[in-house]
Write a protein that binds this ligand. Sequence first.
Ligand SMILES: [Zn+2]
Length: 243
Amino acid sequence: MKSDLSKLVELQKTDSRIRELRENIETAEDRRAVLEQEFEEHASSIRDIQNRQSAAETQKASLETGIVEAKEGLERANRNLTTAQDQKQYEAAMREIDSLNKQVSKHETQILEQMEIIEESKGVLAERAEEVTNLDSDWEAKQKEFDSALRKDKNELKSLEKERDSVFSDIAPRLAAVYNRLITRSRDGIAVAEVVDGACSACFMSLRKQMIVLLRTTEEIYTCESCTRILYIDHEEQSEASA
Ligand SMILES: [Zn+2]
């Protein structure tokens, strides 16, 4: 038969896990929002590059149209030049040719600038190709993983809450009352504290040697002299540590 102390330890472990699960579930939506924000930032850094490339392509196409139009204008102006009847018409055609040539060369420079942007964007996107391709599927996988972890937590909580009732009902009423008093009083939800490295793991007070010996050798209920929590030593961990 289990000792009172080991029942209390089991109850504490169950309650701590319940507390942890409830916290996970309560913070789930906040944690999901953080994930979404991270994804959005990531996705928008890629979208920015894609947008920059497509804006440059649009701009380049419109500059090319501009050159075609300017060249048509040049043909017209050249015809006017050859058919000029007087000095005035001749000078007008020359001015137009000059201005259209300037326009063509300006457009050509601007096209080179846009091509540089396009090449640069393509380069970055090629470097991050795998990331770009997997962006959506990675995000879906991450969401699925999150949802399944949350579902698992909810299921575990449900079954632990049931288990807790039976563990609790098995504890002597006097000890159950002590446990309840301690757990309502403590902010960390710890009523039964493990002894770690010779100290109470709840308040970190070092324990007297004599107390440690008693905890190791008996199954009696002892409490921390500083925080009054019930103390226990995990025998399995003790033997593992000494092995
Ligand atoms: Zn303590």
